[in-house]
Design a protein around this ligand. Structure first.
Ligand code: 5GP
Ligand code: ZN
Length: 135
């Protein structure tokens, strides 16, 4: 499996950078976003290092899609969100800041405005609360 020793998500996958992991199998990991757009924002990340979606082996893409669905269902069941955005950025011009493919799952709640930027939900305590609900 391809790895990049300088990649922040490869380091999270290896465990050399800590994260609140809510799911892990041989091929993928999912953890709380450190700077959430909304309460319960998670990332789903293939263990195979590739910068953008076009570079992912097809079998990894299929594994990723299945994991996204599974975790989307978990978010709805455990957080009671009424909606969910699935977001995947490719390239700096698209807002990608970490060049290791990842899918954002952003829970949505009634009456809360739709926005795609970090806000006030990033305290460690709050991340831990959602980690406990979702792991
Ligand atoms: P992008 O803008 O590349 O689509 O999203 C990268 C996401 O990774 C951002 O939402 C950012 O908050 C998150 N992120 C960046 N560094 C870390 C980290 O070290 N730990 C965690 N948990 N999330 C990170
Ligand atoms: Zn990587």
């Amino acid at each position: 499996m391809h790895k990049d020793p300088d990649c922040i998500f490869c380091k999270i996958i290896e465990g050399t950078i800590p994260s609140y992991k809510i799911f892990e199998d041989d091929n993928l990991v999912s953890f709380m976003d450190i700077n959430p757009f909304e309460k319960g924002h998670v990332l789903v990340v293939p263990k195979h290092h590739a910068a953008t979606i076009g570079e992912l082996p097809e079998e990894v893409l299929v594994q990723l899609a299945k994991a996204v669905q599974k975790i989307a269902v978990r978010l709805k069941e455990r957080l009671g969100c009424s909606g969910l955005n699935v977001l995947q950025n490719n390239g700096a011009s698209a807002g990608q800041t970490v060049p290791h493919v990842h899918v954002h799952l952003i829970p949505r709640y009634e009456g809360k405005p739709l926005r795609f930027q970090s806000g006030e939900y990033g305290s460690d305590e709050e991340m831990k609360t959602f980690y406990e609900k979702l792991r």
